[in-house]
Design a protein around this ligand. Sequence first.
Ligand code: S3P
Length: 455
Amino acid sequence: MTKDLLEFKQDKVLVKGLSKEFSAAIEVPGDKSISHRAVMLGSLAAGKSYASNLSLSRDNLATVAAFRKLGIGIKKQNLNGRPKDLVIEGAGLYGLKEPESVINTANSGTLTRLLAGILAGNDFFSVMSGDKYLNSRPMRRIIEPLSLMGAKITGRRKNAYPPLAISGGGLKSIFYEVPVPSAQVKSCVIMAALFAEGDTVIYEKKETRDHTENLLRLQGYPVTVDAPESGGSIITVKGRGRGELQPFNIDIPGDFSSAAFFIALGILNKGSEVRIKNILVNEKRTGLLKALKMMGADINLAVMGEVPEKTGDIKAKYSALKGITVPQELVPDMIDEFPIFSVIASFAEGKTTVTGAKELRVKESDRIKTIVYNLKAVGVDIKELEDGFEINGDPDLKNVGNLTVLNSFGDHRIAMSMIIAGLILKNAKIEMRGIRCINTSFPEFFDTVSGLINR
Ligand code: S3P
C-alpha cells in the first residue's frame, strides 16, 4: 500500500516523494457537473430517468438530498453492474413541492446557482444555505438576472451572499448578456427560462461548458444555440408551456477535472505513463490538454463518442515541459484546472504566465492566493498577479527543510493538487492539512492514487 508515501492523521496527510515509475490504467468517477444536471433535469422530466456512473461526491449527494426535499423520489439502483446508478422519478416541470425546511447546498456553487433558477420559477417559498465557504461566494451574479425576470430573491449582506430566500413564480423572459464567463450563471438563467412567459435569449461572449444545453436537447426540450460571427454563443430557450422534458437514460462519462490530477502525475513522474478510459472531453472542459500540449506534454486523446457529450480515452506520458503564456481565451475552458496546472508549471523549464483569470478569486477559495501560498511554501518561485500568477519553473525542484506544512483552506482542488506536488517533489516531506474537503468532489481520490502508484 501507499502507507510509506501517504500517512493519514485525522484531517491531514503526510506526503513523501514518489521514487518509482508506474505504467497503469485507472478510472475516475462520473463527471460532477453532468451529475448535478442529471438529477435536476431528471427531477423535472415527465417520468422516470436512469443515470448511471454518477458522481456520488458530497456536492452531488447534496443535490440528491435537495430534490428529495422538494418531493422527488430518487433511488440508488445497480443498473449496469455498477453501484453508482440512480433512478429519478421525475414529476414534470411543475411537480416540485414547497420544501418544509432550509435546503442545504453544502459546498456547491453549481447546486446553489442552478437550483436558484429552478426555485425562482416555482410558486412557493424556499431558502438555501451552504457551508461557510459556499456562504461567502458571490450570488449577486444570479440575483440580478433572476430579479430582472421578476423573481423575489434576497440574500445576506444586501443580496450579495447566501443564505438565499426565494419567493418564486410569475417569471417573464429576458434578453441577458452574461457579464462574467460562468456556466453556473448561464445555466441558472436557462433553468428559470423553462418557467418564464415567452422566449429567453442569453448571450455569452465566451462560450462556457454547455452541459445544461446538451442535456435539455437530449430531453427534447426546445433550446437552440447559435454562434454569431462576432464570437460567443446565443442560447434561446422556449418558455412556459412551450416544451416538456422527456425522461432519459444516460451513462455519465468520467470527470475530466478528476482525471487531471492523474494526467499531471503521468507527465511529471519520470518514466511513467497513465491511461484513463471513458472521460468527458467536451472542448469547454479540456483547455488543460491544449495548454499542456503547448508545453510539450506527450498526451494522446482517442475520441470514442460525441452524443450527448464528447467522450474519449486519454494517455499521458512523462515529458520534459517548457513554460508558456496561457492564451486568455483558454482560461474558461480550464478554469477548474488552474490549481493542478500551477503544480505542473512549477516543474516546467522557464516562465509560465496566467492572466485574465480573476474568476479564480471567487471559487471554493481565492485560488490565486491559495495556489501562491502553498507553492511558495514548497519553494516554488511564484508571483501573485491581480488576475493570475507567474511561475519560474524548475524540473529539479527539491523540498528543503524537515517538514513543510501546507493548507487546503477548505478547497478540495487545492488539497488534491498539493498532494500531487508532494508526490513529485524530490525529498518531499509535506504535511497537507485540511483533506476532508476532498470528499466534496472526489471521495475515491486516495484509492485511485494508491491504485496507480502501487502496481
Ligand atoms: C461549473 C461551472 C464553473 C466551474 C464549477 C462547475 C458548472 O463555475 O468552476 O466547478 O457545473 O456549471 P462558474 O460558472 O462559476 O465559472
